[in-house]
Write a protein that binds this ligand. Structure first.
Ligand code: CP
Ligand code: NVA
Length: 299
């Protein structure tokens, strides 16, 4: 049985295959083909943080695949009243075919997975967001082909998305430049855990030189709302705007996992401009996760 807690849970070959499958599933969906490989299967979805894309994509994926899903929040389950995670994992996994979890500490999803009898999918923790990377890699491939050997530049916070890009640099074999303000670097243990060409910068334009893909994310992630003001000051020089895009390759793409704050981490000109592929990137959450569900729980 496979879990998908980080991108390292699948081999580079499995990830490549999954991205290719996502493209096929997208084509089938756009052609209106009915394809229901998960008839009678159920996905439990535990959300301890808000979500638009992740919830809609997983729920739609299960319906389109002929199965169903159950939305569980701590507000109306025993999870919010202190039932041990280990017990919840045993019980929930005895009734469903896979469990998707969005939570805070990454250790919580690891504990859940240890006690689950079915595959567990990480739908975002404080440390990683691997499902978003599947969509991002699918999106790059559909616009520009293979990402291997390309220069990817992360600008902003060394957060969960940045950590997943670090894992992706190893698994998809691209060069990664990371530009953050001092004090907001990614976790050095995660950087050290991969075999990849990764360089850290404190200057966004120096990092973005010749980039094939520029990626950013919010300055304050879910759970950091009270740091918003402090972070706005620390990150003021890290906005992805035309001046940053101008030093990248002419055909560089821009991505953002969304939700975005125009005028903060990205200018409206860039996110709504011709190099931005954020709407494909968001739609591809559906197709990439269908490929993942088929891989994890299909026959
Ligand atoms: N990108 C992403 O995971 O969006 P949601 O928080 O809306 O699910
Ligand atoms: N880094 C952001 C990603 C949201 C999809 C957060 O954790 O809030």
């Amino acid at each position: 049985m496979n879990h998908f807690l980080t991108l390292k849970d699948l081999s580079p070959a499995e990830l490549k295959q999954l991205i290719q499958r996502a493209a096929e599933l997208k084509l089938m969906q756009h052609r209106g083909e009915l394809y229901q490989p998960l008839k009678g299967k159920v996905l439990a979805m535990i959300f301890e943080k808000s979500s638009t894309r992740t919830r809609v994509s997983f729920e739609s994926a299960m319906v389109q695949f002929g199965g169903g899903s159950i939305f569980l929040s701590p507000d109306d389950t025993q999870l919010g009243r202190g039932e041990p995670l280990e017990d919840s994992a045993r019980v929930i996994s005895s009734m469903v075919d896979a469990v998707m979890i969005r939570t805070f500490e990454h250790s919580k999803i690891e504990t859940f997975a240890q006690h689950s009898s079915v595959p567990v999918i990480n739908a975002l923790t404080d440390d990683f967001h691997p499902c978003q990377l599947l969509a991002d890699m699918q999106t790059y491939r559909e616009h520009r082909g293979d990402i291997a050997g390309k220069k990817v530049v992360w600008i902003g916070d060394g957060n969960n998305m940045c950590h997943s890009y670090i894992n992706a640099a190893q698994q998809f074999d691209f060069e990664l430049h990371i530009a953050t303000p001092a004090g907001y670097e990614p976790d050095q243990r995660i950087v050290d855990s991969v075999k990849a060409d990764i360089k850290l910068f404190n200057d966004p334009k120096a990092a973005a030189e010749g980039a094939d893909l520029i990626v950013t994310d919010v300055w304050a992630s879910m759970g950091q709302e009270e740091e918003q003001r402090k972070r706005e000051q620390a990150f003021a020089a890290f906005q992805v705007n035309q001046s940053v895009m101008s030093v990248a390759a002419d055909d560089a793409l821009f991505m953002h996992c969304l939700p975005a704050h125009r005028g903060e981490e990205v200018s409206a000109e860039v996110i709504d401009g011709p190099q931005s592929v954020v709407w494909d990137e968001a739609e591809n959450r559906l197709h990439a996760q269908k490929a993942l569900l088929e891989f994890l729980i299909g026959e």
